[in-house]
Write a protein that binds this ligand. Sequence first.
Ligand code: IPE
Ligand code: IPE
Ligand code: MG
Length: 245
Amino acid sequence: MNKNLDRNKLPKHVAIIMDGNGRWAAKNGLQRISGHDSGVKSVQEIVEEALDLNIPYLTLYAFSTDNWNRPQHEIGVLMNLLVKYLKSEFNKLIKNNIRLNTIGNISALPKLVQDEVKRVSEKTKNNEKMVLTIALSYGAREEIEDVVKKIALEVKNNTISIENVDQSIINRHLYTRNLPDVDLLIRTSGEQRLSNFLLWQIAYAELYFTKIYWPDFGKKDLHEALLNYQNRERRFGKTSEQINV
Ligand code: IPE
Ligand code: IPE
Ligand code: MG
């Protein structure tokens, strides 16, 4: 545990763009696939550490809508890894009181993955120490498109009136309807972009970019990100004086 870290000032919701598996593999003279394999170990370590720190919401970007454009073989490996991860972590999720949640177009996933996601989500649905959300076949623009369609339909059916469409209604239609806004967004691998992740939910998130490739990202790197977060002043549009009264 980093001695400078203040346990009382931790973010409630940490979201991570787990990037750099392929480059990590290339750097180590391995195939991209081995990078994904090693990335799973980082997932395990970070989930465990977030749990230890009592961070109640952890959201991981595992597969984007645009990742469907990757070579079939790589997609297949990623899907198999997902099933393997869910099967192997199941007991740990139960033991550690973690609820598995997913966001994204789950119906686009192979049946095997869908079944496993449904099984684990159902069996962990009453767990309450941490909500672990995995973004699968996720795209923020697709999510917003879905929200607009759902609200439009409700207006058409007179379930809600157009005057009542506000931010809270939008929030309630997002895939993240049960999650608070993101406080800290981490992206590994050195890229400084969002790649269609949680565009609405990160309106006031603190952004943290590190050059470390995801398979090398461990608990001390998480501590560093959290420490960096704690040293920022979140003003939400106000002045510094207003914040520090
Ligand atoms: C992140 O690593 C994993 C997924 C996007 C599924 P990448 O596979 O994108 O690795 P790089 O960016 O090519 O190094
Ligand atoms: C973002 O990484 C998606 C995930 C980490 C799952 P990408 O590697 O797909 O993003 P780009 O292509 O570099 O923007
Ligand atoms: Mg990448």
